[in-house]
Design a protein around this ligand. Structure first.
Ligand code: UDX
Ligand code: UDX
Length: 460
């Protein structure tokens, strides 16, 4: 069907990546028609309302700029595939939970199903863009499935990994450090790649659009996330050392990060990293390395995940040991459950592990979070124990023996901790899993304060 638009772009998968990315393309390129489809009807309904299915600062404004003009949301997958010239695929690719590679390799069933749907519905050549993070060489497999048709249709598969971080998705999309587009180094491949370059060139400076071969592009996404996660695990491993010496992890990170060769970002010691990507992508890297017999390489990267597990475990053990080796029936208020601030996403959040462990110890857990309570309830569904959800941090802390701060939401920095202290059981403990609170001030109020990688301030 012809329409007034220069290009018909479709995105399959209206999640954390597909939704914001396509909304930005539509907002920046009114000359293209951008449609997003998803199998989840409820999600599509939410995208059409002002109550978007994901919380992301600034997203609603971008969506409103383009929705109904050149940005459309739909559950009509087949027809939209047929009409599209360029199809971004942004369905989820979780870690496999069964069979060969369980716990490490990616579950590609949604990707493959999507490829087959594309094949079935298409009646003209198309460019397929891998937006989901995938194991290296997936594009090749997809190409084989897609081009195994007797309709005479040719599909060019291009890799365009997304580097946005949740909570800052809009800024990351509007001013990306780089956009990466990988293709085959053939005439057709380069042409397909240029089509995608042309889309981003509408607002991204040309020198920030990097092109490469398709395997380099796929691998670069895994490696970028592995390097970022490695920095967090590196500083978290040092936080454990700081806690048993007189060193302060914040001071160490500042001194180390001032070296311009190292840089200051991603050196915040924490309760551990979460999110849908870090662990999954590292495990993918581990799996690929193992499958090529590169045991040392696999071990090296796996240790980044091991340190993260260790950091989460250490945090829980610290709570138990500090509170006289028993937390049974004690009320513990968790401030934050999202895997980072400014998102309602809880995938792989350290909060999940911590809450489970606290419940295992028979503690009474009160989870508070400004955006993530709905997801928290899904994560904790069916787990036995005393658990409450309370959006108001003051109410969550009422009568509590301890506060465990899990997410660095700004709102937790500015609470009236005198009032909170007065409402808590004594001795009152606070475990700052993000080092965002004023520890000295809390100590002066009367709290026993346990930061990460710093000396505890205690009265007991
Ligand atoms: C993305 C990437 O795609 C993933 O590879 C990366 O590791 C994490 O980020 P994300 O957008 O966060 O995934 O996933 P999610 O929010 O779960 O969105 C995926 C969407 O695809 C869901 O809305 C789901 O309903 C949809 N989907 C899934 C389809 O429309 N069709 C399917 O066959 C499968
Ligand atoms: C990450 C990558 O940054 C992004 O480029 C990619 O596209 C997807 O994966 P995201 O998972 O949204 O993005 O969040 P990110 O900001 O990278 O944080 C990941 C985790 O590391 C969070 O749990 C965060 O709290 C933690 N973290 C980050 C630390 O504990 N310390 C730090 O210094 C930085």
């Amino acid at each position: 069907m012809k329409n007034k638009f220069e290009k018909n772009i479709l995105c399959i998968g209206a999640g954390y990546v597909g939704g914001p990315t396509m909304a930005m393309i539509a907002a920046k390129c009114p000359q293209y028609k951008v449609t997003i489809v998803d199998i989840n009807e409820q999600k599509i309904k939410a995208w059409c309302s002002d109550n978007l299915p994901i919380y992301e600062p600034g997203l609603l404004d971008v969506v409103r700029t383009a929705r109904g003009r050149n940005l459309f949301f739909s559950t009509e997958i087949e027809q939209n595939i047929r009409e599209a010239e360029i199809i971004f695929v942004s369905v989820n690719t979780p870690t496999k939970s069964f069979g060969e590679g369980a716990g490490k390799s990616a579950d590609l069933q949604y990707w493959e199903k999507t490829a087959r749907n594309i094949l079935k519905a298409s009646d003209s050549d198309k460019i397929i863009v891998e937006k989901s993070t995938l194991p290296v060489r997936t594009a090749g497999a997809m190409e084989r499935i897609l081009n195994s048709n007797d309709k005479g249709i040719v599909f060019d598969v291009v890799s365009n990994p997304e580097f946005l971080a949740e909570g800052t998705a809009i800024i990351d999309l509007e001013y990306p450090d780089r956009v990466l587009i990988g293709s085959h180094e053939t005439e057709r491949g380069r042409q397909a790649r240029q089509e995608i370059v042309d889309i981003y060139a509408n607002w991204v400076p040309r020198e920030r659009i990097i092109t490469s071969n398709i395997w380099s592009s796929e691998l670069s996404k895994l490696v970028s996330n592995a390097f970022l996660a490695q920095r967090v695990s590196s500083i978290n491993s040092i936080s454990a050392l700081c806690e048993v010496t007189e060193a302060d992890v914040h001071e160490v990170a500042r001194a180390v990060g001032h070296d311009t060769r190292i840089g200051s970002k991603f050196l915040h010691a924490s309760v551990g990293f979460g999110g849908s990507c870090f662990k999954k992508d590292i495990l993918n890297l581990v799996y690929i390395s193992e499958s090529f017999g590169l045991t040392e390489v696999a071990d090296y990267w796996e240790s980044v995940v091991r340190i993260n597990d260790y950091q989460e475990k250490r945090f829980v053990l610290k709570i138990i040991r500090t509170m006289f080796n028993t937390i049974a029936d004690k009320r513990i208020a968790m401030f934050g459950f999202a895997f980072k601030a400014n998102t309602g996403d809880t995938r792989e959040s350290p909060g999940i592990y911590i809450a489970r462990q606290l419940l295992d110890e028979k503690a009474h857990v009160i989870i508070s979070d400004p955006q993530a309570l709905q997801n928290a309830q899904l994560d904790m569904a069916g787990i036995p124990g005393k658990i409450e959800y309370e959006i108001d941090p003051y109410k969550a802390a009422e009568g509590a023996h301890a506060i465990a701060l899990i997410t660095e939401w700004d709102v937790y920095r500015d609470l009236d901790y005198k009032k909170i202290f007065a409402s808590m059981e004594k001795p009152a403990f606070i475990f700052d899993g993000r080092n965002i609170l004023n520890h000295q001030k809390l100590y002066e109020i009367g709290f026993n304060v346990y930061p990460i990688g710093k000396r505890a301030l205690t009265r007991i």
